[in-house]
Design a protein around this ligand. Structure first.
Ligand code: 5GP
Ligand code: ZN
Length: 120
């Protein structure tokens, strides 16, 4: 992590200050169970580097490798859970219209039921 961001919920989880159900990790990302699951399987893939959203995240020079790491961890976990076959949904909520409630970029991995479209 480049900076402390003491008040950020996901930075605090990354530092182990707040407990979470850790489902896996990579060099640059952590995957945890969502505390309020919206599907039988609902995980959050969180980059170690704090960025408020995808725009801020992509502005850094090393973002391509970090983004690849984030998706690689999500897809490795999907494979581990055999939902690469049944299907799943990857979501990045951004800003107020996007429904973002935690200001540290994260990727939702949802699976275990058919997903509706359009999303609410
Ligand atoms: P967003 O609304 O920003 O796209 O997603 C934030 C997600 O974080 C929500 O799905 C919410 O349930 C989850 N969440 C909020 N607080 C906690 C927490 O303390 N622990 C965990 N594991 N998930 C949380
Ligand atoms: Zn953070």
């Amino acid at each position: 992590m480049s900076k402390a961001h003491p008040g950020c919920l996901f930075c605090r989880i990354l530092r182990g200050e707040i407990p979470a159900t850790v489902l896996g990790r990579s060099e640059r990302s952590l995957i945890i169970a969502d505390i309020a699951p919206q599907a039988p399987l609902h995980a959050l893939v969180i980059p170690a580097r704090h960025a408020a959203d995808i725009g801020e995240f992509m502005a850094e020079s090393d973002a391509d490798a970090e983004l690849a790491d984030l998706f690689a961890l999500a897809l490795a976990f999907a494979k581990e859970k055999n939902i690469d076959r049944t299907g799943h949904r990857l979501v990045i909520n951004t800003g107020s219209d996007g429904g973002q409630t935690v200001g540290h970029l994260h990727l939702h991995l949802l699976a275990g039921r058919p997903m509706g479209w359009p999303p609410g």
